[in-house]
Design a protein around this ligand. Structure first.
Ligand SMILES: NC(=O)c1ccc[n+]([C@@H]2O[C@H](COP(=O)([O-])OP(=O)(O)OC[C@H]3O[C@@H](n4cnc5c(N)ncnc54)[C@H](OP(=O)(O)O)[C@@H]3O)[C@@H](O)[C@H]2O)c1
Length: 191
């Protein structure tokens, strides 16, 4: 896919892998829109790479997602939706039976899995109408090898992997040109 002139929306693009991806897309001539919950981080990313557009938006919030769609539409729409935003709420979570553990697991599902479905559903028609377009869903090697230390995070990424494979097959059956990619980042430890 030729990236020059394309517009990519990267959720959670203000730090980590998303921020590096934003740089790479900009370097390859794409227009880049990043999102995140924290405005301070978004401002810092914008300062680092003034070419990008930063929009505060939480993928776990329905109203935010709809607002984001309208903002992106006003900017001319997107060709690539890169679902990068993800959370890992607790380090060691098997065998912990507190309410907090349940809440953490639910939040991981809401961001890592349901947040992706929410955005894909909202942007699907826009992306299907584009000549060359793609969705990138970020899973993890922990969706292939269940992590005992991060069991609920692993499970949220398995759900996303199965959904991603099914969405790809569904679009192939419909002869859609919209490409569906699954990204499995290698282990990246934050500084
Ligand atoms: N790092 C690794 O080794 C690794 C390995 C495999 C897979 N992954 C996956 O790769 C992706 C990126 O990981 P990373 O290591 O770069 O993580 P990171 O540095 O923690 O960055 C995650 C980004 O997502 C944003 N975010 C979190 N919750 C959000 C929400 N509800 N709505 C919108 N944005 C949200 C965060 O910004 P705010 O806090 O401002 O919202 C942050 O910018 C994740 O999906 C992760 O599961 C990472």
């Amino acid at each position: 896919m030729q990236l020059k002139g394309k517009t990519v929306l990267i959720t959670g693009g203000a730090s980590g892998i998303g921020l590096e991806a934003a740089k790479q897309f900009l370097d390859n001539g794409a227009n880049v829109i990043i999102t995140g919950r924290n405005q301070v981080k978004l401002d810092a990313a914008k300062k680092l790479y003034p070419g990008l557009t930063a929009i505060q938006s939480d993928v776990s919030d329905k109203d935010d997602a709809l607002k984001l769609f309208n903002q992106v539409k006003d900017l001319g729409g997107i060709d690539i939706l890169y679902n990068n935003a993800g959370v890992l709420t607790s380090g060691i979570n098997l065998g912990i039976t507190s309410d907090q553990h349940f809440e953490d697991a639910a939040y991981e599902m809401n961001v890592n899995y349901l947040g992706v479905i929410r955005l894909n559903n909202i942007f699907l028609d826009m992306l299907k109408a584009r000549k060359e377009s793609a969705i990138i869903n970020t899973t993890s090697i922990l969706s292939y090898v269940p992590s005992l230390l991060e069991a609920t995070y692993s499970a949220s990424k398995v759900a996303l992997r199965f959904y991603t494979e099914a969405l790809r097959k569904h679009l192939q059956i419909l002869n859609s040109d919209l490409k569906i990619f699954e990204l499995l980042p290698p282990l990246l430890l934050q500084k």
